[in-house]
Design a protein around this ligand. Sequence first.
Ligand code: SAM
Length: 272
Amino acid sequence: MLPRSAVRLLRNLRDRVRLSRISRHTFDSAQLRLKSDHFLEPIFSDDTIEAKWTADHGAIRSVFGEVDRFGGVNPGDRRAVYYLICGLEPEKVLEVGTHIGASTLYLARALKAGGDHGSITTVDLFDVNDPATGAWKQRGLELSPQGYADRLDCQDRIKFVARPALDFMIETDEKFGLVFLDGDHSAQAVYREVSAALPLLAPGGLILLHDYYPNGRPLFPDNGVITGPYQALRRITAENPEISVLPLGDLPWPTKQGVHTTSLALVFRSGI
Ligand SMILES: C[S@@+](CC[C@H](N)C(=O)[O-])C[C@H]1O[C@@H](n2cnc3c(N)ncnc32)[C@H](O)[C@@H]1O
């Protein structure tokens, strides 16, 4: 058994080597939102958003629960994505990585709270609603993501797509105000997905990353690290200085393991 730090080092190295084998991609940042100071504070401290979240969170928790298990994003991050949707008001959201639908439900209810039009397309390698392939069944959840969406009356806001994210992104001609990347966390996949996601952005759109560990360092007490998204963005920002990453850092509410830290990060245009 290797110590955790050694495993981390080896993973880092493997990610770097695999990433270095990919040819340089194009990163078209024309539609990306320009980075502004104090962008997040007004959103995370907005009383109107908090009131919407309190109502929707109560409804979601009553059917979906709030447990931080099964591989879905943690409860604090679900709250953060909900606030971001309410604050940014994108018309369309693309989510990569549906899994049990934890983030999907919060995204969909936030879009619904914003009015009649918002919708989310959520893509996964597997048919997440089929009992044979859906993580919900394997993890012992009562319902599929579609089943929970039906119960929460937001099924009309969600389009489920079962196919590799890159294939979907390359073929779709839809535009999205927010692209949430929470699928394959390897450095090479994130590098390719960011390249493919940028041309899909509506004007002023943003890319939201999950599992971004700045400098490849641990964020949570368990000392675990996923290095891929950081490695990918390190290369992307080195090759494209006009692109920058904002780790969301500490949220005003707890996330997991007794801390307020999040691995969520936003990709902006830095204006250089
Ligand atoms: C960490 S889970 C996502 C968690 C989810 N956001 C939630 O809150 O329940 C990652 C998911 O990404 C999916 N995935 C992995 N690689 C993918 C790819 N290339 N394209 C689409 N989905 C992918 C996996 O099947 C898995 O369901």
